[in-house]
Write a protein that binds this ligand. Structure first.
Ligand SMILES: Cc1ncc(COP(=O)(O)O)c(C=O)c1O
Length: 455
């Protein structure tokens, strides 16, 4: 591993999931002029919420959100290239709002043990859209709990409990999810985590212990097979299909791991909570690869960018826990969330947002690659649909510091995105963003990078 990619600084080690609110650049951002009202709300937030390095104390106070934008108290808009990955159809899409409003008036809540039309229809729709093998569904009120259900299904189906997942990955913030997650910011000092949660290197050439250089040579995929064989009793391999950082495994990656899972009796659980439903230019991200998971986990945008909703889809033969409880969440078949989900799926299809993501993503890559070709501090520009990463490296300013300077500069210019793994600008706008807003934002990001490296 080349030393420039080693994350040995203790703060850098914590900067995998996103930029932190404890850095020098954040301190400088906090000194900007804000209205008395904004300052007061930020202070009240800081007084009442537990402080956490990825949220409170917060960046700003948001008053409204529409389509691809969020707006603060002072009326300044940010084009939102972060959106916590919920905003495939944009914020407040009229069709989603209308479906929610109608459902609230008719069936605001459906107690467990009863079912409702929207829940059944949404489950059927997801089965119809996804691979033929995936025929059974469970809903839950969030991605983390859906991951928990997927782990329980894998235990029940295989009679095993071990998992293999990726270092640096995120699958949610609960104790079971951080056990399979691989980020110090969640795991460090957290005490005993789930037993049998083995970790392997992710397919990230920038930080690969197999030293594959600039392109993944799939040794990391073969290593998953090796661990499956050595352990012998692994219940499931759990991973995001593509990483949110982002980085994208080569085409054969999931084929190899799928085959290794089959050889060793392990299930393949793909976490597509942030990226299914069009983000990468396909309805489901696994469609970029030939491998179909045994369990697929969806979330985030499934609630139409308004309500929390997640889902587990799995194979027919996994319907074997009829005498147990796998979910049992209060809002398990939320009539309102499912109405939002159905409307969001309709919007995705009616507005061709999946292919729009692909074509706008291609345009975005062209702009970024053209503008940043000469930039010495850009290690790589990469993307799949509207999931785009600009990875920085810099000999003078450390890449992490440079990335933060660019991010805060862009925030001041009205563009919000997060920094992943310390040095990757992670750009994920609403799939409904206008071409002109997308281009304007990308050119601002590029000029901010160029400006920071000149200074
Ligand atoms: C890949 C992945 N898995 C799981 C989760 C957890 O989802 P939730 O926050 O809805 O619990 C997230 C959230 O960011 C995620 O990105």
């Amino acid at each position: 591993m080349s030393s420039k990619h080693q994350n040995t600084n203790p703060v850098n080690r914590l900067q995998s999931e996103g930029d932190l609110n404890i850095t020098e650049e954040r301190r400088l951002w906090n000194q900007r002029a804000v209205s008395a009202e904004t300052a007061a709300w930020l202070e009240r937030d800081s007084q009442v919420f537990l402080h956490q390095s990825l949220s409170t104390p917060c960046l700003d106070v948001i008053e409204s959100s529409t389509n691809a934008e969020i707006e603060n108290f002072q009326g300044d808009a940010y084009l939102d290239f972060h959106g916590n990955s919920v905003h495939q159809v944009g914020y407040g899409h009229p069709k989603v709002v209308d479906a929610i409003r109608r459902q609230i008036e008719k069936l605001p809540f459906c107690p467990r043990r009863f079912t409702n039309q929207a829940a059944v229809e949404l489950a059927e729709k997801l089965v119809e859209l996804s691979a033929a093998e995936l025929t059974r569904v469970l809903f839950s009120p969030g991605g983390t709990s859906a991951i928990g259900m997927a782990l329980k299904i894998a235990r029940k189906v295989t009679g095993r409990f071990k998992t293999i997942s990726m270092w640096d990955s995120f699958h949610g913030a609960s104790l079971d999810a951080i056990s399979i997650g691989g980020e110090a910011i969640f795991r460090q000092d957290a005490g005993p985590l789930l037993p049998g949660a083995e970790h392997v290197p992710p397919p990230n050439p920038a930080n690969c212990p197999f030293q594959c250089g600039s392109a993944c040579n799939l040794q990391c995929a073969d290593y998953v097979g090796y661990v499956l064989e050595k352990e012998g009793d692994v219940a499931a391999v759990v991973s995001e299909t593509v990483s949110s950082v982002p980085f994208f495994p080569p085409l054969d990656y999931w084929n190899r791991i799928r085959a290794a899972c089959d050889r060793h009796g392990a299930l393949l659980i793909l976490d597509e909570i942030p990226h299914s439903l069009g983000r990468t230019g396909r309805m489901f991200t696994y469609e970029h690869y030939e491998a179909v998971p045994d369990i697929l986990v969806l979330g985030k945008g499934l609630g139409g960018g308004i309500v929390p909703l997640a889902a587990v889809l799995c194979k027919e033969e996994f319907n074997i826990a009829g005498d147990r409880a796998l979910g049992h969440y209060t809002h398990e078949k939320s009539s309102v969330a499912c109405a939002a989900g159905l409307a969001a799926l309709e919007v995705l299809v009616e507005e061709n947002l999946v292919s729009r993501s692909q074509s706008l993503g291609d345009q975005a890559l062209t702009i970024l690659q053209d503008e940043l070709r000469e930039s010495a501090c850009v290690r790589e520009v990469r993307g799949l649909g509207l999931l785009i990463g600009v990875e920085l490296e810099d000999a003078v300013l450390k890449a992490n510091q440079l990335a933060e300077k660019v991010m805060y500069g862009c925030l001041k210019a009205g563009i919000s995105f997060k920094v992943s793994m310390g040095s990757v600008l992670t750009l994920a706008p609403a799939l409904t963003i206008s071409e002109s807003d997308l281009e304007r934002a990308l050119r601002t990001v590029c000029s901010m990078i160029q400006h920071q490296t000149k200074n």
